[in-house]
Design a protein around this ligand. Structure first.
Ligand SMILES: [Zn+2]
Length: 488
């Protein structure tokens, strides 16, 4: 059985700014694919790991249909584009681009249209890059403000300017009907609301930082004064969008625009913030509009650089990160290391969330093991039904049986056809088993799954695979594991 393959790609910069890879994958899944290959890399690079796997699979004649969101996801370089096109035609692979439908490579017209697209895509990209570079160059020459401006500022006539428009009122002293007093429609209302401008709030943050010498304390103070903008249990809270994170506040404080300079080449490239030394700073481009004096900046820089490298820096790579959620604020928790133990704690505990206690990683893993083995036992005893599609399960069982039947036959005279059939069946089984829910069901049904000791023998990599599939969410509060949601 030939496969329908989806291919998704974003460049590292695209991935940095948005979750567009996930979006592509979701769309491809909706369009029904057996397997998805994905890369986070430039389309100009043909050495992309999964892309190469895809090419190999096509060359082995195992692909029936290839689906991608658009041509430029597959390829940017025209020569590689032609290579891919020929490859698809040679192996009779149907190409389906979600932004235009099926591309018919079997007719002359279809092929011409594909060639045009490949060439136009390359041409368009080239001209866009040239245009952007030209614009950036002339902006730098004329010292024009970047399109992106930091909190507290706005851009007037291509220059940065402190934003002094009233925008938000502090919690303390605001009238009871503040929600009705919309100053956007009624300018007079702004005085009733005792509104603060972004510039005033910004200055307050700078002064608070110099006084408290700790970014987390500044955020706490601002959140107490203006309310939290953070999403609580997925519902936005009325308030001001101040900086959500400590690192965000530090980055903002270091922004040269706040000292009256204009800065280029400060924004992320290839998914990384450039080093402070690589910034291209043009001094005093908006005099009179500085928020921070150079003496103040020296002090800020000293505070920030001395606070680096302390214990408790979040580590984001652990496999449970993203699944551990704080029950109080609904925010996700960070893994922290202190001494010989690792802990999960609310990522907002140093700012606006009052859930301060950490939960030891071992406790979480114990709780997971208990929860999984209990659930496996329930399923084994038949006390609870699995959330599953019985037709899907029946299909797996059927394929397994067929494979077994073939294996049971006498192999004295090995029949080529028979081994081909077996190969196809195995492949079919693999596709069937790769459906995510299927895998977790197979794991929880395994006779060993009820055995607590079995789970303790797993290595970190094995736990990563199993828990990754079985555990949806871990809710913690006040140093305790409150609940573990399983996917089965
Ligand atoms: Zn919290």
């Amino acid at each position: 059985m030939k496969l329908t393959i989806g291919y998704a790609r974003v460049s590292t910069t695209e991935q940095f700014y948005s979750q567009s890879l996930d979006r592509q994958i979701d769309i491809l899944k909706e369009h029904g694919v057996d397997k998805i290959f994905r890369d986070v890399e430039s389309g100009a690079n043909s050495d992309r790991a999964e892309f190469q796997q895809l090419i190999k699979l096509i060359q082995q004649g195992e692909v029936r249909t290839l689906k991608a969101v658009a041509w430029d996801r597959l390829m940017r370089d025209p020569y590689m584009g032609f290579f891919v096109k020929d490859l698809l035609r040679e192996h009779d692979v149907q190409l389906f681009l979600l932004n235009q439908g099926e591309v018919d490579l079997s007719t002359a017209a279809g092929e011409l249209s594909a060639d045009m697209q490949i060439m136009l895509g390359a041409y368009e990209r080239k001209t866009i890059i040239e245009r952007i570079n030209r614009v950036h160059k002339s902006r730098r020459k004329d010292q024009i403000a970047w399109q992106v401006f930091p909190f507290g500022y706005r851009i007037i006539n291509n220059k940065y300017e402190l934003d002094t428009t009233p925008c938000v009122c502090p919690i303390e002293g605001r009238p009871a009907n503040y929600r009705e007093l919309s100053f956007e429609d009624e300018p007079d209302n702004s005085s009733k609301l005792l509104s603060w401008s972004k510039a005033r709030i910004s200055r307050e943050m700078v002064e608070s930082f110099l006084e408290l010498r700790k970014a987390s304390k500044v955020l706490q103070r601002m959140h107490a004064r203006f309310g939290s903008s953070i999403i609580k249990k997925r519902k936005p809270v009325v308030g001001l969008a101040i900086f959500g994170t400590i690192s965000g506040l530090k980055r903002w404080l270091r922004n040269p625009i706040l000292q009256g300079h204009t800065c280029y080449q400060k924004y992320p490239r290839k998914g990384k913030y450039p080093d402070i030394n690589e910034w291209n700073v043009i001094p005093n481009t908006h005099p009179g509009q500085a928020l921070i004096t150079s003496e103040e900046y020296q002090e800020i820089e000293e505070i920030i650089s001395s606070s680096f490298g302390k214990l408790g820096k979040p580590e984001r790579t652990y496999y449970l990160t993203g699944k551990v959620v704080c029950q109080k604020c609904g925010g996700s928790c960070d893994l922290k290391r202190g001494g010989q133990y690792s802990y999960y704690a609310c990522g907002h505990s140093r700012t606006y969330c009052d859930s301060r206690k950490h939960v030891r990683l071992e406790r979480i893993e114990e709780a997971i093991i208990y929860r999984i083995s209990t659930r496996a036992n329930e399923i084994y005893l038949g006390n609870t039904a699995l959330t599953e599609d019985s037709a899907e399960l029946a299909k797996t069982a059927e394929i397994k049986k067929k494979i077994q039947d073939i294996e049971n036959l006498s192999w004295s005279k090995v029949d080529r056809d028979l081994s081909n059939i077996k190969r196809d069946l195995c492949r079919e089984l693999e596709t069937e088993m790769n459906k995510p829910r299927k895998v977790s069901q197979e794991i929880i049904r395994h006779p060993q799954a009820q055995n607590i000791n079995f789970w303790y023998t797993l290595t970190k990599t094995e736990r990563e695979i199993f828990y990754g599939k079985l555990v949806d969410r871990i809710l913690i509060v006040d140093g305790k594991v409150l609940a573990i949601d399983l996917s089965v």
